[in-house]
Design a protein around this ligand. Structure first.
Ligand code: FAD
Length: 451
């Protein structure tokens, strides 16, 4: 109601508020449009106003006022999520945390930063002491650390360090509650899982303590495999590199043809019809890597030192969901899957799906470490026809033992979760008693509320 919003605005005097309709539209949406299903469901959703606190004290004032007036709050980092996680379903306040962007301290192996700090900006500071973030989404340049922990899963670096959900990859979170008198709660150890990957449903993260990795100079390479041999030799090379413990790596990203044909800036380097591997490898490991490439019949078609790679193209921006971005920039009817194949060094199920779906589902794999083993996860490109067919494709994967984290839903349980962790539901009751944080995204909570 307008009077509620008016009261809110007076309570927030001195804090930046945005109501300009064009800005409001931009700051209400994210990258939901990769999904034709979410596009149909979410494109009209808007917040009523954006509030941009500059520090934690201002965050607490926003939380207090919204609790008092029972106004929904949707937290926003950089808005690069893919499932409409930060799109407000019921209007209200968009709490943009991008001004909380300080690196508070960094020492060998660990840093403490504000939640709105951008990943690349954090790295820039920690590299001065020889360390870097362990893993980052391909949206590294723009995404915030808070948004990554609340909405993401892993990415570049996950081949060595696993995913955010693995114990040890987030050391502590500081959270502001949504109550008339907001509290600050510091979560350490396994307690971080009360809030991590909870899509901003479980408190406002203001600070994050993260472990760091040694910052090697990372060479960037593209390896092509002859068109006649198809995709599987590239996939086997990816597995072998993932398993090569002596080679220090940060990224192993595999693409079946025609995906490379959508990578305009790389087109000159990739032979027609080739499957490719996009790699980030410590410079000191490039020589042994060359032996492995030879063994697998690959050909290096692009090779940049870390120094050269720091200017111009970032290969990482062709991997993970940037692959989908490039494909969709040519053909907007393309969409994608998120899948995890069973750990199997022979990659039998990868081969089956590659052959079974042919040109309808184009194979894109990222190798990551799951429970100690290099394992392929897929962000396959799908030639979309109907929602029924998309569901059928996902169902076929699941029936064959391929885990699907459905990226075509804004309900948290229906994505990668399947069921809510009871710790997260209990914590939500504690920190968001009125159910104002990102309402409508957690089925278990809605069902509870409706009785
Ligand atoms: P937002 O989109 O702003 O927010 C994400 C979620 O976190 C929302 O639910 C929001 O409410 C919540 N949130 C944000 N900040 C806070 C806070 N301070 N406290 C509590 N909740 C908060 N993801 C990956 O995991 N790996 C990838 O490799 C990857 N690649 C991508 C590539 C492209 C091209 C695109 C468009 C997306 C990709 N993503 C990937 C998804 C997304 O970019 C990342 O998860 C990113 O880290 C999200 O950060 P953000 O700051 O944009 O978060």
């Amino acid at each position: 109601a307008p009077d509620k919003l008016q009261a809110l605005r007076s309570a927030l005097a001195g804090i930046e508020i945005i109501t300009d309709p064009a800005q409001l539209t931009k700051l209400s949406l994210d990258f939901y449009h990769y999904s034709p299903v979410l596009t149909r469901q979410l494109s009209e959703k808007r917040g009523d106003l954006v509030v941009r606190p500059a520090n934690e004290a201002e965050v607490m004032r926003v939380a207090a006022a919204c609790a008092q007036h029972r106004i929904p709050v949707t937290i926003r980092g950089a808005g690069t999520g893919n499932y409409g996680q930060c799109i407000p379903l019921r209007g209200g306040v968009i709490l943009d945390v991008s001004k909380l962007n300080q690196v508070l301290w960094a020492k060998p192996g660990v840093a403490r930063v504000q939640a709105g700090a951008k990943l690349m900006a954090i790295d820039k500071q920690t590299r001065e002491i020889g360390w870097e973030i362990r893993m980052a989404p391909s949206t590294y340049r723009t995404a915030t650390i808070g948004g990554f922990i609340a909405g993401g899963s892993g990415g570049i670096g996950s081949i060595t360090y696993g995913q955010l959900r693995d114990r040890g990859n987030v050391l502590a979170l500081r959270v502001v509650t949504l109550e008339e008198e907001p509290r600050i709660i510091e979560l350490r150890g396994d307690e971080v899982f009360k809030v991590s990957h909870a899509w901003g449903l479980n408190g406002i993260i203001t600070e994050v303590e993260i472990p760091l990795a040694p910052a090697y100079p990372w060479a960037e390479l593209v390896v092509a495999f002859p068109a006649e041999v198809g995709f599987m030799p590239a996939a086997h090379f990816g597995q072998a590199l993932g398993d090569a413990d002596g080679i220090i790596k940060k990224m192993i990203s595999l693409h079946a043809w025609p995906i490379p044909s959508y990578f305009a800036p790389l087109r000159g380097s990739v032979p027609e019809g080739s499957a490719i591997a996009l790699l980030m490898i410590a410079e000191s490991s490039v020589e042994p890597l060359m032996e492995l490439i030879r063994e697998h019949g690959g050909q290096v078609v692009y090779n940049k030192t870390a120094q050269e790679a720091s200017k111009g193209i970032m290969l990482g921006e062709f991997t993970w969901n940037h692959t989908t971005l490039h494909c969709r920039s040519v053909d907007t009817s393309l969409t994608y899957l998120q899948s995890a194949f069973p750990a199997d060094r022979e990659l039998k199920m990868v081969q089956h799906m590659y052959e079974y779906f042919g040109d309808e589902v184009l194979m894109h794999l990222e190798f990551i470490r799951i429970e100690g083993q290099a394992t392929p996860v897929g962000l396959q490109i799908v030639r979309f026809t109907t929602e029924d067919r998309l569901n059928e494709i996902m169902r076929y994967h699941e029936e064959n033992g391929v885990f699907i984290a459905n990226p075509h839903t804004f309900i948290i349980e229906d994505g990668g979760r399947k069921v809510m962790d009871p710790r997260q539901i209990r914590f939500k009751q504690e920190v968001d008693p009125y159910g104002l944080l990102n309402p409508g995204k957690m089925r278990t909570w809605q069902e509870r509320a409706s009785g």
